[in-house]
Design a protein around this ligand. Sequence first.
Ligand code: MAN
Ligand code: CA
Length: 198
Amino acid sequence: MLSHSSYMLTAVAALLVTCHALCKCPGIPELPSVPGLPGKDGLKGQPHLPDSLDAELHNVLVNLKHRLSRLEGVLALNGKIREVGDKILASNGKEVDFASALESCEEAGGTLATPMNEEENNAILGIVKQYNRYAYLGIKEGENSGQFKYINGAPLNYTKWHQYEPNGKGTEKCVEMYTDGSWNDKKCDLYCLTICEF
Ligand code: MAN
Ligand code: CA
């Protein structure tokens, strides 16, 4: 006979495994194994949860998804978020230096908006236009001048430089988006709009 708490733990583990199977979660690592509980393959076979609990968990997930999509609808309606692919973009409307902008995004569990393709660039541009302010992007110049990288150090796979940019030659290590969506290398201690991605 399972104790109440281990029964709940099993239920939560099952919920997480079910969620993991239902949602494609890029970037989310495999679930760690929980000592004393079957792994995700174990849960697929026997012994498994009573059908009533399985149905209940399925119901919980369906309701959570419905609730989340309604909340996203409200936020989008109010111009608080924009969704592009799997990313959610949002701004706090504040203009601060690069380090502060990045810090705000990370504190909220995200990072600075980083356009990886034209569609994402256009979604970020929508927010730049909404506030009519240039925004810092999640891109920085590396040690070699002229070599810009994502914040995680990976090389850029998409660029949208304005004509004659980047021109700072090591003196402008951050990147801002203009109100036409093009990019300019820019000093990092100026005031640009904070746009985060989650
Ligand atoms: C300013 C700065 C530079 C930019 C030029 C373009 O000097 O914003 O980063 O390259 O304008 O004229
Ligand atoms: Ca420049």
